[in-house]
Write a protein that binds this ligand. Sequence first.
Ligand SMILES: Cc1ncc(C[n+]2csc(CCOP(=O)(O)OP(=O)(O)O)c2C)c(N)n1
Ligand code: SF4
Length: 284
Amino acid sequence: MVTAADFESKTEIKWCPGCGNFGILAAMKDALAKLGLSPEKVLVISGIGQAAKTPEFMQCNMFHALHGRALPLATAAKIANHNLKILVNTGDGDCYGEGGNHFMHAVRRNIDLTVLAHNNMVYGLTKGQASPTSERGTITRVHQHGVIMEPFNPLAVALSLKAGFVARGFSGRMEHLSSIIQQALQYNGFSLIDVLQPCVSFNHVNTHRWYSERVYELEKENYSPADYMQAMVKAQEWGNRIPIGIVYKQDKPSFTDQVFALKDGPLVDRTYSPEPLRELLKEL
Ligand SMILES: Cc1ncc(C[n+]2csc(CCOP(=O)(O)OP(=O)(O)O)c2C)c(N)n1
Ligand code: SF4
């Protein structure tokens, strides 16, 4: 039987005490264990940042990529071995800022992987600058008069690109988040989970208490994640009430389901035969 302890790494965790990343890490391990996925069947990929340290704190296949570049790596890994369960751990800056272009096209490709975007609304690793999800007016050491741009809305952007699984979790509700992760891993296609994550060192507005007073679980309301227009409305809801749960879900073929060359199974299982390529190169 697989347990969360099977994913325990010996690496010392270097997040601030109270950081929301701990809840996300615990939820991820819990979800993998509940699905009976053993560490060798799982690949965790990240970019750069506090969130992106997550794979270092897990015992399974892992790759720590460059800033914003987790998704191209994850895409390549999925194409090479589409039997792997791939989880991308990324920050709001890493995923929606530096990696924004990759995010957009991974959604469009419908690559079968799960993105856990640890959304603390700041750049944590580099000491609290504004990120794409920082609200207008947010004061930082750089933005001393407040951020003057509109925030990036990950759920609405993913929906507008026709993502088939769009969800939001909260690091302070571990069991609820684990349940979303389990459903995302079982979904065949691109799944986004934007996770509200307090940064105790650099975000003193959107704190654990602030979220706890506002979040509500969609599953407990009469809400259907099958309704696209309703999902768009939910994606805009922010302020006194913040929805968490699966905002939208629709089944459709994933990228690797549709690529003809992958119909005979994963590339990693093929015999390496460079001869046809050599012949082709001779003709050029
Ligand atoms: C190309 C490049 N640009 C900038 C940086 C510096 N940098 C490292 S992490 C980071 C932001 C991380 O913020 P976020 O993705 O929100 O993650 P967090 O640390 O908050 O978890 C930046 C700007 C870098 N390493 N590489
Ligand atoms: S700086 Fe923020 S995001 Fe980074 S470990 Fe500390 S609390 Fe977490």
